[in-house]
Design a protein around this ligand. Structure first.
Ligand code: ITT
Length: 192
């Protein structure tokens, strides 16, 4: 089975392949939408944006498409940066610095990673949609080199004060929002 993964983010693709492989999936080939993939992510929720991306990739390739819209929601910031996580500042380091500054005034540093996944058929009809979440809090300074994005400042609940970027790839995939969402999609696909 061939599925187009509706993303321009190579980190997401790497994690998707690792998660699928550790789930025992051998007969799904994930491909990228390629040139011309430039969806307008103007949805108001992770779910809406993930549907927009999935439909755009299906339209472009004529294949079944899966999309991941994800981000970091900080409780004291009313859920920001949320769906704007990728656009919060210009570079990954600037996004981290901006977020550390933004949470400074608050005692409550609780946060969660969210990943909404949508699977559509080649005509854009929704086959399956669900989300995965991973709970934690914002660290006072960054630590770790694994993963991407906000991982160095996300302290994972139940992981002994380690940031997501200090966990190895296997551990991240086991507990992450993306791992949790994708395993639901894969369970749906494999039951078919
Ligand atoms: P595509 O839309 O092309 O898939 P993107 O990176 O723009 O790529 P999103 O719009 O879903 O994707 O934004 C997700 C952002 O949320 C991402 O760029 C990171 O800043 C953050 N993020 C999502 N998952 C993350 C993770 O596992 N670790 C750290 N940061 C993450």
């Amino acid at each position: 089975m061939k599925i187009v993964f509706a993303t321009s983010n190579p980190h997401k693709l790497k994690e998707l392949k690792e998660i699928a492989s550790s789930f025992g999936v051998t007969d799904i080939e994930f491909v990228l939408p390629g040139e011309g993939f430039d969806p307008v992510e103007d949805g108001k929720t992770f779910e809406e944006n993930s549907l927009i991306k999935a439909r755009e990739a299906a339209k472009l390739t004529g294949l079944m498409a899966l999309a991941d819209d994800s981000g970091l929601c900080v409780e004291a910031l009313n859920g920001e940066p949320g769906i704007y996580s990728a656009r919060y500042a210009s570079t990954p380091q600037e996004r981290i610095d901006k977020l550390l500054d933004a949470v400074k005034p608050f005692d409550n540093r609780k946060a969660k990673f969210v990943c909404a996944m949508t699977l559509v058929d080649k005509d854009g009809k929704i086959l399956f949609a669900d989300r995965g979440e991973c709970f934690g809090s914002i660290a006072f300074s960054q630590a770790g080199t694994h993963g991407f994005g906000y991982d160095p400042i996300f302290l994972v609940d139940g992981e002994d004060g380690l940031t997501m970027a200090e966990l190895d790839d296997e551990k991240k995939n086991e507990i992450s929002h993306r791992g949790r969402a994708l395993r639901k999609v894969l369970s749906y696909l494999l039951k078919k």
